[in-house]
Design a protein around this ligand. Structure first.
Ligand SMILES: C[S@@+](CC[C@H](N)C(=O)[O-])C[C@H]1O[C@@H](n2cnc3c(N)ncnc32)[C@H](O)[C@@H]1O
Length: 444
């Protein structure tokens, strides 16, 4: 890492630092560069969105992956900490669902693992960035202060019981739009998969398939109107969106991977299995398409930042504050509120604040953002131009059917303007989104 890297805290330069960070971390992690890069990339999204809350890794082992997270927030100069949860004496008692693949005490390498990890972060000059919570999840999760929030969590605790504990105690502390990356979903052992499935049944959230075994959830992110069709193809799921159970639950598939001695979902492995099993499982072809895309952007030394579509730009986070009118906290509050309104209405919401229109019409400036953000048929964009004191609401065709120009003008007059007069952007935008929500919810 050069001094120039240290000084330049832009997220693009952080993306470019991935290779150097992982080079240091990899010897202390059982994860691969693919999965690390996948998590890193989601972390960049979270940092860019300015979400509130700390980071956590549940299942730390020797601390390499946690180091990667900590290094990223140091370079981003984010005032966040990374919470490290692990027994540091290996896996707890292994239940029935996981017994075939895991055993109690697995990952207990030395007696002093906790001290070793602590020393490692001291040596890296990062002991103040991390907070180590040693003990069983059942105890350490319970001891987390009530006001603790997370914006990014990497779960790598392998077992059904440990995953359940994460959904019960950590997930409720994840802010809206926050990210949970889970390892070991696409593996021969089905315990973790089952715990994720149970959560999805309740939440209806999307599950993003990552490279190899990794998957990701974005808190509150249910299927949106602009989701790519293969993500929502019922043939690839067992009825609830993107559970991928058609693939993940297929024991033959996993057994065949295991027989090959390659417990990894890489493109060649998937391709080979498709040849053999495509007549039985129709979801494989769509899965391959997805994995090819993910692997495409997860190769190389940098984490990369585009194209956004490849990592499924999140409609709840299309909040661009070119005027820097929002503090990070205000932006995070706004993003959370927009995520709630988007989830409730199933409309994609965006907010654009520009310092000036620079001679263009607000309609033209918005039109460009509406298109490049792919807000689409069920999109809603609220824009504010500060110097011109102009504001406007633009909707796609579905919204236009119920929200006419007069409604939009009334909402801006009654809900936005009084707040803007006091300089309260978040209050105004939140009230505006709520008023729009009331109208959109009248759509059958
Ligand atoms: C696969 S290892 C983690 C690997 C690490 N993230 C890396 O990248 O190298 C799983 C870890 O989860 C921890 N673990 C699993 N369930 C746990 C529980 N219920 N309480 C505490 N630690 C747990 C184990 O001690 C083990 O260190």
């Amino acid at each position: 890492m050069t001094n120039a890297d240290e000084d330049d805290v832009g997220l693009d330069s952080l993306a470019a630092s991935f290779g150097a960070i992982w080079e240091t971390a990899r010897d202390r992690s059982v994860n691969t560069a693919f999965r690390a890069r996948y998590a890193f990339r989601w972390l960049l999204d979270v940092l860019e969105a300015g979400l509130d809350g700390d980071l956590a890794e549940c299942g730390v082992y020797r601390g390499g992956f946690s180091y990667m997270l900590a290094r990223a927030i140091v370079l981003a100069k984010a005032s966040k900490r990374v919470h490290l949860f692990d027994s540091f004496v290996g896996l707890p008692e292994v239940g029935q669902k996981d017994r075939a693949w895991y055993r109690q005490g697995q990952f207990r390498e030395t007696d002093g693992l906790k001290d070793e990890v602590e020393r490692y972060f001291e040596d890296q000059g990062m002991s103040t960035v991390v907070r180590i919570h040693a003990g069983w999840f059942a105890d350490t999760f319970r001891a987390i202060p009530a006001d603790q929030r997370f914006c990014f969590v990497h779960f790598d605790g392998d077992l059904y019981s440990s995953t359940r504990q994460c959904f019960e105690s950590i997930y409720p502390r994840l802010v809206a739009g926050g990210v949970l990356v889970l390892d070991d979903f696409f593996t021969v052992s089905s315990g973790l998969r089952e715990a994720v499935r149970e959560h999805l049944r309740g939440s209806g959230e999307l599950l993003f398939a990552g490279p190899e075994e990794a998957v990701c959830l974005v808190k509150g992110r249910t299927p949106g109107p602009s989701d790519e069709p293969y993500l929502l193809d019922p043939a690839a799921t067992d009825g609830f969106p993107v559970s991928m159970e058609a693939v993940a639950g297929d024991e033959d598939y996993f057994r065949s991977i295991l027989e090959k001695g390659a417990n990894r979902l890489t493109i060649p492995v998937i391709r080979e299995q498709i040849e053999r099993l495509s007549s039985q499982v129709s979801g494989f072809k769509t899965m391959l398409g997805y994995h090819e895309k993910v692997l495409e952007w997860s190769t190389g030394r940098t984490a990369g930042r585009g194209p956004r579509q490849a990592c499924h730009a999140r409609w709840d986070l299309k909040t661009e504050d070119r005027a820097r009118a929002l503090s990070p906290r205000a932006k995070s509050t706004l993003v959370s509120r927009m995520a709630e309104v988007s989830a409730a209405t199933q409309f994609a919401f965006g907010v654009l604040i520009v310092p000036t229109l620079g001679g263009d019409s607000i309609k033209a400036v918005m039109g460009e953002a509406f298109q490049s953000w792919q807000l689409g048929d069920r999109g809603v964009l609220i824009a504010i131009a500060i110097r011109e004191r102009d504001s406007r609401i633009q909707t796609g065709p579905s919204g236009r059917r119920v929200l006419g120009d007069d409604d939009a003008a009334r909402i801006l007059r009654e809900s936005l303007d009084p707040h803007l007069a006091r300089g309260d952007f978040v209050g105004g935008l939140t009230a505006t989104a709520t008023a729009i929500q009331a109208i959109l919810e009248s759509i059958e």
